[in-house]
Design a protein. Structure first.
Lengths: 249, 302
């Protein structure tokens, strides 16, 4: 029933990268004929250096989640919800759009979406880099805890809500309530910001920030000029209990 | 969670495939609402015909043989109205060449306990409880031709799992509405509409949305205006798809809690809760695919 090309059983679909002389292997998984569960299990059994190509993803959910080896995964089409969630090592490239919860709780490694990402991209991410070439919709980087996110287009409302650490770079515009109740993450926006959320303010773009931003843009393969961006972050007014509220009890 | 799949076919050459395309979309949203389902199809030969009103009635068994229903309804209508009664799946369809109001009167007198779930010249509405694809198969969706189709798989939250609580809600001629989400102030709006004389069939929150849109349209709103007004009056989470005889509209609440994705080509406009429902559509690889913006009303006309 399972027609997955597993590493140990694959033959004609496995090719050794002879040109480089390395032992890198490439596996092709056609999701039109095999279940996502088996594919994810095969990725969990994978070893460093392997490459995986996924055809016919057709918006299926939970593709390439929980990768814990230095593998390279290319998804040839649109992914559904929770693609590349809990990503730990290696890189995942989605050559299409991604659904809700892309790279949710990413710890490290790299996830790259060539198209758009739906809501809650990189939510609660602790580390690693998430690159979205197109737009990301609402709640991008919600509760981010150290992840770096670079979005080529626009982001939707309530992005970086309660962001705690990490960097969010937006080369387009940001929607309403950017960075609401933000703790310590840094946000860079090139375009317009519809509105800033509670306790999120514009901050000066110093030399250290230009350097940091240039590094992030380069890591995402972008050529935008860091000087064209504005920086936003926490005013830190919500850190402490306000004495004005003392009468509320 | 509920699932929505809707299709407006711009290219008449695709009309014969409406049912099979809608069925392939609906199949992918079953997980989002497996308890009950409903479908609305427009301009489907064999179900509706031009110049004729058709009422869709919940259930295949109305307590009377089809022949008796036909005789009773025909007896209250002009002799040349060509009254016809058909059972399609779990739905009874009554047609006649009279206005819908007159047909509703005749059917209500013949079948006083019946629930009319669809009305108009162009639309047939079918809904039931059970696995959505079993409901689609029972009604023969795959083989249906048509200009537009709308389907909904329901995971009930605000009211019971009943066929009457399934979507679409069709409460005015050729108007259908499906909803993913929940309206929080539906009881208040229902009371307001009741005071204006609107009659309700169910305790369902979505019916309030449908009755509100119908009421606004009756007062002269365009479909777009009616949905903008809905956003001002109804509170809660919603992605809505509304269809009329010749148009389709999509709107999400301003917080955009509920998903929606749209694919547009020269041949069709398709909307679904998730991309996977669009993946099998012809030419999807070249379609313009986008998520509707929060709080913005999108409309397309045939």
């Amino acid at each position: 029933m399972v027609t997955l090309t597993a590493p140990e059983t694959s033959s004609q679909e496995t090719s050794t990268a002879a040109s480089t002389g390395s032992t890198q292997e490439t596996f092709v998984v056609d999701l039109a004929g095999s279940p996502v569960r088996a594919f994810n299990q095969a990725l969990h059994n994978a070893v460093d250096g392997q490459s995986w190509t996924v055809t016919n993803p057709e918006g299926k959910h939970s593709l390439a989640v929980g990768i814990n080896a230095n593998v390279s995964v290319a998804i040839e089409g649109h992914a559904g919800y929770y693609a590349a969630g809990m990503h730990q090592k290696g890189d995942v490239t989605i050559k299409g759009n991604a659904g809700v919860g892309l790279a949710e709780n990413i710890m490290s490694g790299r996830v790259h979406v060539k198209g758009d990402a739906s809501q809650s991209a990189a939510a609660t991410g602790h580390g690693g880099l998430v690159v979205i070439d197109g737009n990301a919709s609402a709640r991008c980087g919600i509760s981010m805890k150290g992840v770096d996110i670079v979005v080529g287009g626009n982001i939707g409302h309530m992005s970086a809500f309660m962001a705690q650490a990490g960097r969010l770079v937006v080369c387009g515009d940001a929607g309403e309530a950017l960075g609401d109740s933000i703790y310590e993450a840094r946000i860079y926006v090139k375009g317009t910001v519809a509105s800033l959320g509670a306790d999120c303010i514009e901050k000066p773009l110093k030399e250290e920030h230009l350097t940091e931003l240039a590094g992030l843009l380069a890591a995402a393969g972008r050529t935008d000029n860091p000087a064209d961006f504005k920086r936003y972050g926490s005013a830190r007014n919500l850190y402490h209990f306000s004495v004005h509220n003392s009468t509320a009890y | 969670m509920c699932g929505i799949a809707a299709l407006q076919l711009r290219n008449p050459l695709l009309h014969p495939q409406m049912g099979s395309l809608l069925s392939s979309m609906m199949c992918q949203i079953v997980d989002r609402g497996p308890d009950s389902a409903g479908m609305a199809v427009y301009d489907t030969p064999g179900l509706v015909s031009p110049g004729t009103s058709t009422l869709s009635i919940l259930g295949k068994d109305q307590g009377l043989p089809v022949g008796e229903i036909q005789l009773a309804v025909a007896g209250m209508l002009p002799s040349d109205a060509g009254t016809a009664v058909r059972v399609v799946g779990d739905t009874t369809l009554v047609s006649a060449a009279v206005g819908t109001d007159l047909l509703v009167k005749a059917v209500s007198e013949t079948l006083p306990g019946s629930t009319i779930i669809g009305r108009g010249e162009h639309v047939a509405v079918m809904k039931s409880v059970g696995h959505p694809m079993a409901i689609a198969a029972e009604h023969g969706l795959e083989a249906m031709a048509g200009s537009q189709g709308l389907s909904h798989t329901r995971m009930a939250t605000e009211s019971a799992v009943t066929a009457g609580g399934s979507h679409p809600f069709s409460v005015a001629d050729d108007l259908c509405l499906v909803h993913n989400g929940s309206f929080s102030n539906h009881a208040t709006v229902r009371r307001d509409l009741k005071r204006e004389g609107v009659v309700f069939d169910s305790e369902n929150d979505t019916e309030v949305g449908a009755r509100y849109v119908a009421s606004r349209l009756q007062q002269g709103d365009t479909l777009e205006e009616a949905l903008v007004n809905l956003g001002k009056v109804l509170d809660g989470f919603y992605t809505l798809v509304v269809t009329t005889a010749d148009s389709m509209a999509v709107v999400r609440d301003p917080i955009a809690c509920k998903p929606a994705i749209i694919a547009e080509t020269d041949d069709y406009v398709a909307m679904a809760s998730e991309y996977r429902a669009l993946a099998a559509l012809p030419g999807i690889e070249n379609a313009r695919i986008f998520e509707p913006e929060p709080g913005k009303v999108y409309t397309w006309s045939l």
